[in-house]
Design a protein around this ligand. Structure first.
Ligand code: FNR
Ligand code: 8K6
Length: 346
């Protein structure tokens, strides 16, 4: 019943995956205090090398992108070396790994880097940093045009650093209400200049990042994660629909390695998308699509056979089962995930 997950899949002429099970990006907050990946992280990823592709936990592109403690970076020589240890371990174990490039925008917190947080507009989110509840979210500074240019350069430099560190490619984190996603939703983007108000303007910065990275490392090594449906740290707005209609159409011509949905539960129906995040995206984007969000191997395999998406990403079950792929292949029972498992890297 899950045999279709074990077929190889050619992303493009550069990259072919051994199977259709991807390890979803999973923030673990286990880098050292310089945000350098550790040997324990290398071992953790290498244990999961049977995945068709591992997508790394989100990796911050520069200091003001940090919103959680001990999330790894990819902007210092030591961080690049640390990631090289990880990618070497994964490659030796026969796997492939992309780096997920991250800037949290208004979900950052100044206590991590000692400066001003930024976003498209000066609109804060409510609440405080998970597991550090004393850190209340702050009002971001709306970025200037010069700062936008600098961000595009910093994304592109982080992509080049990822290739230097031995990653097979990068997934741009354009999902889950972080910086790129903040430009694509009206709740967080209140700008009235050429980066706001209309679908063309709101998609301008996200497309500029995609194009800069494709130019730098090649479109066949560049992927993107998106959240057309607002579900965390973002208020939904029916006008967002037109922004994503336009954005997805523009992405068609970029020939990315894949497009990946950012969602925790893909059975959630969004009024303004007239369906789930994956059904909406499938209808508006014709190339390789990665589905995710509370799927089991069985329900994911069924979704593939119904052509709902092309590849399946698995998150929490991969935290609980380092040998997830082998267990599914051999029809062995899985260990159930619990949040208590986030405390250590097994
Ligand atoms: C996540 N998720 C996530 N997403 C992302 O794009 N970058 C990230 O760094 C993280 N980090 C992260 C940490 C933890 C602890 C969890 C549980 C989730 C979301 C993840 O990639 C995935 O979309 C969801 O977990 C839904 O898939 P599953 O877990 O239902 O298979
Ligand atoms: C994306 C980065 C997250 C980093 C924080 C780590 C703590 C994660 C706790 C995970 C619990 C998942 C619960 C589902 C949230 C649903 C959102 C609507």
């Amino acid at each position: 019943m899950t045999a279709n997950l074990f077929q190889p899949y050619q992303l493009n002429s550069t990259i072919t995956l051994n199977n259709k099970i991807l390890m979803a990006p999973l923030t673990r907050c286990m880098a050292d205090d310089e945000l350098v990946p550790t040997q324990m992280m290398a071992d953790y990823y290498a244990r999961r090398a049977a995945a068709g592709l591992i997508i790394s936990e989100a990796v911050i592109i520069r200091p003001d992108g940090q919103g959680y403690p001990n999330t790894p970076g990819l902007f210092t020589p030591a961080q690049i070396d640390g990631w090289r240890m990880v990618t070497d371990a994964v490659h030796r174990a026969g796997g492939k790994i992309f780096a997920q490039l991250w800037h949290t925008g208004r979900v950052a917190h100044s206590s991590f880097f000692g400066g001003q947080i930024i976003g498209p507009s000066a609109v804060a989110i409510e609440g405080s940093v998970p597991r550090q509840r004393e850190l209340t979210y702050e009002v971001p500074k709306a970025v200037s045009h010069e700062e936008i240019e600098q961000l595009i350069n910093d994304y592109s430099q982080a992509a080049a650093n990822a290739i230097d560190a031995g990653f097979d490619g990068v997934e741009i984190h354009g999902a889950n209400a972080y910086l790129i996603d903040q430009f694509l939703h009206h709740d967080s983007n209140r700008r009235t200049d050429e980066y706001g108000e209309t679908p063309q303007n709101m998609a301008r910065f996200p497309l500029a990042v995609v194009d800069a990275i494709c130019e730098r490392i090649g479109n066949e090594r560049t992927a993107l994660r998106v959240s057309p449906g607002a579900y965390v740290n973002m208020k939904g707005d029916s006008r967002d629909r037109q922004v994503f209609d336009y954005f997805l159409k523009q992405l068609e011509s970029r020939d990315l390695a894949y497009l990946h949905i950012g969602i925790f539960d893909d059975s959630v129906q969004f009024d303004y998308l007239a369906g789930s995040a994956s059904s909406y995206t499938r209808a508006h984007y014709s190339k390789t699509l990665v589905g995710v969000g509370s799927y089991s191997a069985k329900t994911g395999a069924a979704a593939l056979s119904e052509n709902k998406f092309d590849l399946l990403a698995i998150g929490r079950p991969f935290i609980a089962n380092p040998d997830y792929v082998e267990r599914v292949r051999d029809d062995q029972p899985l260990v159930e995930y619990s949040d208590a498992m986030l405390g250590e890297l097994i």
